[in-house]
Unconditional design. Structure first.
Lengths: 153, 747
């Protein structure tokens, strides 16, 4: 089947199998390897991308389901002017270690901030609970996101 | 004796931003799963559904005939090789030969043009099994007449590092004993004795990046991209297994997506290389989470311990028997067992103690390294007994520790390295951080814990520092970047020695063809040992610059002039070499390189109606000698704290008849943002008492032993002593019911 996706701001058309996963499409067909595979069950958040601004797990989403929609991956986000602010906060707080979860963490944070859903440390913890990180113990990420959201960590 | 430098430091001691941050934040950092090699195939492993069975036959004809399939590997393809591997004990076939010993053991593997084709083909390989009696638990494996998992002589692996391996005793593949004094007679004159039986769960390290390997076997050359922490040890095992020279095996390690020990030593590499050898093309095997869970895990353990104290509060004797469940193959079980044995007494001034630790084969997935192994297993048990004794004697647990802990320079283990840390100072700092003496609300308890972890592994590392004619510096060292930040710390060390700005230093990833030998990335050794090699290599470059300058003071701005002076043109390169070799024999008995401090405190609140334990505060001591990068030190402790909370509160692999029941992240829960304590403190202690550069010693593991122990003690302080981890609501609630029946709850 043919799908048409606005991928990182650019309109792309591709022929794909109906059962083709968005994660495989991005990584293998489009060479966008910033989204990572881990749990395959929508628990860990390493494969998070934004579809029409909302975070989804690309490991459990079909390319067919994003036909006609906007997909933003970390590669696209990194090109946006607002990214610099996110980058600086994560660098300043050393809010990453191995980096495997980092793209998903940033994209989820962007979506929550865009929707103004980060008005307290409590909301940060709840909002990001769908993104696991095994290295940092979360503390540093809460600090970085709190700074971005302008709230107390 | 370490000579500590006193000149003012400009790079070391500062929280420099991570060198790898931008690449990782922008999704540009390369991991093994991102590596694409020309003509690369995709591999899929067929794993045994049975925990113990004879393999009667494997029929892969239908699979081989499927579209897109290049080949199917079975044991019959490996008859020209000895075929057994294992860095501690060579007990493990590349794929099962005549027998499978755990559910999940590789039986065959398919190489195909894409993953879907490989998976479809693996599904139609027909394997006939004949079930064998199970020894799936410690009880079953230790019973007289238990089915034996392995027979024949023990074959030592290349890197067990434990002297002469004793013969197997039934299913016990290794035993570590320490005897000091005469515990029996000391116990007989004790005023107070506490004893109990304890259970520690098997847990999964869950590095978010699963084990992934790309292998190419071209003639007699093997090239491997692997998610491995110890590329040089993997290289040696592959060279040995396939009978090729060391230099013909090249291991490349890009960024690793976490490790925590799960990627230490050899894992999926032998099988991927075998598949590539048969396919005559490069092959990638990428585990799914359920496959990584049966590739390696933390040892479950059972322990019997008793501890004696005088009525004045002097700790005098301890006896420990413990059994580590290493699963079907030894992996790092012997070392885990020995390290657990070392951690068992705890760093106190005992009159006598006895430790007997056994490593036991069972028909479950193999167990190996996981952050703070051994110490995480034993510290919560020993420390809970000390708190119980303190309670019975009416003494403050903190005071008991203050009075009994070893002091710097005192013996920790006969013949081994004396204590190189101020434990009393450390525990007082963490106790203060959780408000030790403040009043407690109902159902709230506080606990502290103190322990040591034998750290550093075998102290062999080498490094090369190259300075280019423009003053830029490249550091070559075989340490792997697992997330812990060695590329940043090494850059700071080199920049410090050479006086160059940090952005002029690049630390390259491990590639055994180019980066010099580093024994391993684990045991909290990298900053201490590889860091020392980097420092020495940088110093060698500095000495060359000084010689060229001929007495003139060195200034970074004039480095290019020195190159012109020396080489006669704006070119050339200065190369420094750094080596760390064992102090003494490097044997395990004389070790460790340093004692990693495992000191923590916690405040918990229990909800008696549900058994839910909420951790309000944690504090850990990062006793690092010298923090090369304080922010990265703190972040290490925070990560280890959170893993410790998972291990203490809810993580547990549940096996039934050798089958892992909770093999997805839905059923195996790891900590999330919502499990963060209200307060998580890390106290950095810098006494410049480490053997590493600038007096540094390693960190990052201790908190994972200290925090569970502190949580257990805090819960006991709230009135609920526990003998089994994790502290699930159900387990805690049941315990409360028992205490209620015994008239001990509410207090």
């Amino acid at each position: 089947m043919t799908v048409e996706v606005r991928l990182n701001g650019e309109l792309v058309r591709d022929d794909v199998e109906p059962q083709h996963l968005l994660l495989d499409y991005l990584r293998e067909d489009r060479g966008l390897t910033g989204a990572k595979r881990s749990c395959d069950t929508q628990v860990c958040g390493t494969c998070t991308v934004l579809v029409d601004g909302a975070p989804v797990s690309a490991c459990c989403t079909l390319v067919a389901d994003v036909d006609g929609r906007e997909v933003l991956t970390i590669e696209g986000f990194a090109e946006l002017p607002e990214f610099e602010r996110f980058e600086q906060a994560f660098v300043d707080h050393a809010a990453l270690q191995c980096g495997f979860c980092t793209a998903g963490m940033l994209l989820t944070t962007k979506s929550l901030l865009d929707e103004r859903r980060l008005s307290s440390a409590e909301e940060i913890r709840q909002g990001l609970a769908g993104n696991l990180c095994r290295c940092t113990g979360y503390h540093a990420i809460v600090e970085a996101v709190a700074e971005l959201a302008g709230v107390e960590a | 004796m370490t000579v500590v430098e006193r000149r003012p430091l400009t790079q070391v001691g500062h929280s420099a931003p991570r060198k790898d941050a931008k690449e990782k934040l922008r999704g540009e950092a390369e991991f093994v799963g991102d590596v694409v090699v020309p003509r690369m195939l995709h591999g899929k492993v067929l794993r045994s559904p049975l925990a113990h069975a004879r393999v009667v036959s494997v029929d892969a004809r239908e699979a081989e005939a499927m579209a897109g399939v290049v080949c199917v590997l079975t044991a019959s393809d490996l008859v020209d090789l000895d075929g057994y591997w294992g860095h501690a004990i060579k007990d493990r076939p590349i794929v099962a030969r005549d027998r499978v010993r755990f559910a999940g053991e590789p039986v065959a593997a398919v190489a195909a043009e894409n993953e879907a084709a490989a998976e479809a083909a693996a599904d139609v390989i027909r394997v006939e099994y004949e079930e064998l009696p199970l020894a799936a638990t410690l009880d079953e494996a230790l019973t007289a007449g238990a089915p034996l998992l392995h027979e024949g002589p023990v074959r030592p692996g290349l890197f067990h590092g434990l002297g002469t391996l004793p013969p197997r005793d039934g299913n016990v593949c290794y035993r570590y004993r320490i005897d000091r004094g005469e515990p029996e007679s000391v116990f007989s004159r004790a005023d107070l004795v506490v004893e109990g039986e304890y259970t520690f769960p098997a847990v999964y390290q869950y590095a978010m990046e699963t084990h992934t390997v790309v292998a190419d076997y071209d003639g007699d050359r093997i090239t491997v991209w692997s998610t491995c922490q110890h590329p040089f040890l993997v290289r040696a095992e592959l060279a040995d297994l396939y009978g090729v020279p060391l230099s013909n095996v090249r291991i490349i390690v890009p960024y690793l997506g976490g490790g925590f020990g799960s990627k230490s030593y050899t894992k999926m590499e032998p099988l991927t290389v075998a598949l590539a050898r048969k396919a005559r093309r490069p092959v990638r095997i990428q585990n799914r989470v359920d496959e990584s869970m049966v590739t390696t895990r933390r040892h479950g353990m059972r322990c019997r311990m008793r501890t004696a104290m005088t009525s004045e509060g002097n700790l005098i004797a301890r006896e420990v028997d413990c059994w580590f469940d290493t699963g079907a193959y030894a992996d790092n079980g012997p070392r885990v067992t020995a390290t657990g044995g070392d951690a068992a007494p705890g760093p106190y001034r005992w009159h006598a103690y006895r430790v007997d630790a056994r490593c036991v084969y069972t028909n479950t997935a193999p167990a190996g390294s996981y952050r703070a192994f051994g110490a995480a297993h034993l510290q919560w048990i020993g420390e809970s007994q000390i708190d119980e004794l303190a309670r019975r004697a009416g003494l403050d647990p903190l005071a008991v520790r203050r009075d009994n802990l070893c002091r710097p320079g005192e013996e920790v283990r006969g013949g081994g390295k004396p204590l190189d840390a101020d434990l009393v100072g450390d525990v007082e700092k963490v106790a203060a951080a959780v408000g030790w003496n403040e009043p407690k609300p109902p159902n709230v308890g506080r606990g502290v814990s103190v322990g040591l972890l034998a750290a550093g592994a075998h102290p062999v590392s080498t490094a090369v520092v190259r300075m280019e004619a423009d003053g830029r510096v490249a550091v070559l060292v075989g340490t792997t970047e697992v997330g812990q930040g060695p590329r940043t710390a090494f850059a700071q060390i080199a920049a410090e020695e050479l006086g160059v700005p940090l952005d002029q230093v690049t630390v390259h990833g491990a590639d055994t063809r180019f980066t010099p030998y580093d024994r391993s990335t684990g045991a909290s050794r990298s900053t201490t040992i590889a860091g020392l090699a980097v420092q020495r290599a940088a110093k060698e470059v500095r000495e060359q610059l000084e010689r060229i300058a001929g007495g003139d003071a060195l200034e970074v701005a004039t480095y290019p002039d020195l190159f012109r002076k020396h080489f006669g043109l704006a070119g050339g390169e200065l190369i420094g070499r750094g080596e760390v070799a064992p102090f003494g024999s490097g044997s395990y008995a004389e070790g460790p390189v340093f004692w990693e401090v495992c000191v923590g405190a916690a405040e918990v609140e229990v909800e008696p109606e549900t058994g839910v334990v909420r951790v309000r505060k944690t504090a850990t001591a990062a006793d690092v000698g010298r923090a090369i990068n304080p922010q990265l030190v703190r972040r290490q402790d925070e990560g280890a704290t959170m893993q410790g909370l998972g291990n203490a509160l809810f993580e547990e692999m549940i096996f039934e008849d050798g089958q892992l029941l909770n093999d997805t992240l839905l059923e195996y829960r790891v900590p999330s943002f919502e499990d963060l304590p209200d307060q998580m403190s890390c106290v950095i202690v810098e006494n410049e008492d480490g053997p590493g550069p600038f007096g540094a010693k390693g960190c990052g593991e201790g908190a994972l032993a200290a925090v569970p122990a502190a949580v257990v003690n805090a819960l006991a302080d709230a009135g609920i002593p526990m003998y089994e981890l994790p502290l699930t609501p159900e387990r805690v609630w049941r315990r409360i019911q028992t205490l209620e029946e015994e008239g001990k709850w509410p207090r």
